[in-house]
Write a protein that binds this ligand. Structure first.
Ligand code: PEP
Ligand code: MN
Length: 350
């Protein structure tokens, strides 16, 4: 090869183009190998996240190239490469249009919206048609409600599941709903596209395993909500119960935690926004934020959603009702589809 200073600019550019192609194809190969390692770790029940291995990689490169490139430059490059490698496999086999609920994980950020609780045909008709006008593709709605008091409305149960399915099919949407136990899961599994496990069930390890095993058969996504009294590490470990049962399509949902804020603030919980950063750092799972339960106050929902997406959340799940004042459950933290439009515009102009 000639000395570099004997090439003209076009020749040098063509060498660069060639090298860039190699860099990208090396990164792609690196990611494919790293995904195999993730699978081996999951099968052998090891943590996916391994900071000491990342440090080892940087040290090896530093030893080898220290006279040509500084350790800080290597770190900057690898921050990007390692971050990309953690998430890139979730983008493998992504179609142009979502065909299954699993595919929606490809189209980020995703907005999940719908009422806290399915109440009636009329409510679903009004709320879901307005959400469809906004371009919402994933609706939520509780039908088996984990209410604090046994005297409160417990949800429409099977009738609610049927209404969810009816309106999701009518508007070509996917549907999220919570199951509280194995019986509900078995009975209504086929009607729901994304299974939700609620905050109160985050530590129900035997249920987590059962949901993991069942959803492993068709890779149906599972939204796991953070226990309102759980640490981030407990939350990550709960997610591992599902991934280790065979389904990697787990979506971790931060939904606020209980701290001192509740004594005299206007919020029902303390919005655990910073958890987005830590979960993104420590896991390779999707992370979403639920500003409705996190704040318990409709006036904070849009700003918290914007903050969550700015921090890197893969999506948000927002309680939306056509008439919040008359909602049977959680109306005070529900917004209208009209208000939700502000967030959609924010996302579209980003
Ligand atoms: C819900 O999203 O419907 C719900 C009950 O939330 P959480 O489990 O976070 O309280
Ligand atoms: Mn609710």
């Amino acid at each position: 090869m000639k000395k570099l200073n004997n090439y003209n600019i076009d020749e040098l550019r063509s060498i660069i183009d060639n090298l860039d192609e190699q860099i990208i194809s090396f990164i792609i190969s690196r990611n494919e190998i790293s995904y195999e390692i993730i699978k081996i770790k999951r099968n052998s029940k090891h943590d996916v996240f391994d900071k000491s291995r990342e440090n080892q990689i940087l040290n090896i490169l530093n030893e080898k190239f220290r006279t040509k490139i500084s350790i800080n430059e290597i770190k900057d490059l690898y921050n990007v490469i390692l971050k990309y490698s953690k998430y890139s496999h979730t983008m493998l086999d992504c179609p142009n249009k979502p065909q299954s609920a699993r595919d929606i994980l490809c189209f980020k950020p995703y907005v999940i919206a719908g009422p806290c609780t399915v109440e009636s045909d009329d409510q679903m008709n009004k709320t879901i048609s307005q959400l469809s006008d906004l371009g919402i593709k994933i609706i939520r709605g509780g039908t088996f409600k984990p209410r604090t008091s046994p005297d409160s409305f417990q949800g429409l149960e099977s009738e609610g599941i049927n209404l969810l399915r009816k309106y999701a099919d009518k508007y070509d949407m996917f549907v999220v709903s919570e199951f509280l136990d194995e019986e509900q899961l078995a009975l209504h599994y086929d009607s729901i596209d994304i299974i939700q496990i609620g905050s109160r069930n985050m530590m129900n390890f035997s249920f987590l395993k059962k949901v993991g095993k069942k959803t492993a058969t068709d890779n149906k996504p599972v939204i796991l909500k953070r226990g309102y009294g759980s640490t981030i590490n407990e939350f990550i470990q709960a997610g591992r119960y599902i991934t280790q049962s065979g389904n990697e399509n787990v979506i971790l949902c931060l939904r606020g935690i209980r701290t001192f804020e509740q004594i005299d603030s206007e919020m029902r919980n303390t919005p655990d926004l910073a958890g987005i950063l830590e979960l993104k750092d420590k896991t390779d799972l999707n992370v979403i934020f639920d500003p409705s339960h996190a704040s318990g106050n409709s006036k904070y929902v849009i700003d918290l959603s914007k903050a969550a997406l700015s921090l890197g959340a893969d999506g948000v799940m927002i309680e939306t009702h056509h008439d919040p004042e008359n909602a049977l459950v959680d109306g005070f933290q529900s917004i209208t589809p009209k208000t939700l439009r502000e967030l959609i515009n924010f996302i579209n102009t980003k």
